[in-house]
Design a protein around this ligand. Structure first.
Ligand SMILES: CC(C)(COP(=O)(O)OP(=O)(O)OC[C@H]1O[C@@H](n2cnc3c(N)ncnc32)[C@H](O)[C@@H]1OP(=O)(O)O)[C@@H](O)C(=O)NCCC(=O)NCCS
Length: 178
């Protein structure tokens, strides 16, 4: 898409970002414990927040996409988790998600990160994300989200295994994953 720019999200973009994430994730009957758009604010005060890896896609000053990569752990090894990722519905299936992921992965690699994990579906396979269980990476034993946990190694020589932890914002006060 012409004129699409990807840049770091600022505090002044927060309301618009939240609207997009809400539009992308909200659906009739959605009644989940945690809504993805609440995360947009929450994570900015987290020690796992990396401003340069919190990005927006914009066309003519209109924000149409958002991606966030934040710090994560596998055992004691530090890397990144990806999410939320959202593209404004009227702009979906035009390659914007792909541009945001490829740009985010490039920036992550430049910053020296070696792996990215996420919970998500088949969409991520095209970017080289593999089932994390293949590497014995799990959230905790028998965690229901384990089957959605995916990993991408940015450095092909690097492999890790063990329990994975997102940054604190991803958990409730009881330590449960939101
Ligand atoms: C998922 C999402 C981020 C994808 O962004 P997008 O800009 O619509 O996707 P793209 O146009 O970059 O898609 C790239 C390719 O993936 C395919 N694709 C898109 N959505 C897909 C899906 N849900 N599953 C599998 N493949 C998908 C496209 O067909 C496209 O293929 P092509 O390159 O051969 O044409 C976007 O649809 C969205 O915001 N969805 C709602 C929120 C969400 O589910 N976020 C991810 C949570 S894990």
């Amino acid at each position: 898409m012409e004129k699409l720019i990807i840049k770091q999200a600022g505090d002044n973009h927060l309301e618009e970002i939240k609207d997009i994430v809400k539009e992308a994730f909200d659906r009739p009957g959605k009644n989940e414990h945690f809504n993805e758009w609440e995360f947009v604010d929450k994570v900015r005060n987290d020690s796992g927040f990396i401003p340069e890896l919190c990005l927006i896609a914009a066309v003519d000053k209109e924000i149409i996409g958002y991606i966030m990569l934040s710090k994560a752990l596998i055992g004691k090894n530090g890397g990144l988790s990806l999410g939320p990722l959202a593209v404004k519905p009227s702009y979906q299936r035009k390659g914007i998600g792909k541009r945001l992921i490829n740009y985010g992965m490039k920036k992550a690699k430049e910053k020296g990160f070696e792996w990215i994990v996420l919970t998500g579906g088949d969409y991520y396979t095209q970017f080289g994300f593999e089932s994390a269980s293949k590497y014995d990476v799990v959230l905790s034993n028998n965690h229901p989200e384990n089957s959605f946990l995916k990993i991408k190694f940015l450095d092909s020589n690097r492999e890790v295994s063990g329990k994975m932890r997102f940054c604190d914002s991803f958990y409730n006060e009881n330590g449960e994953l939101l």
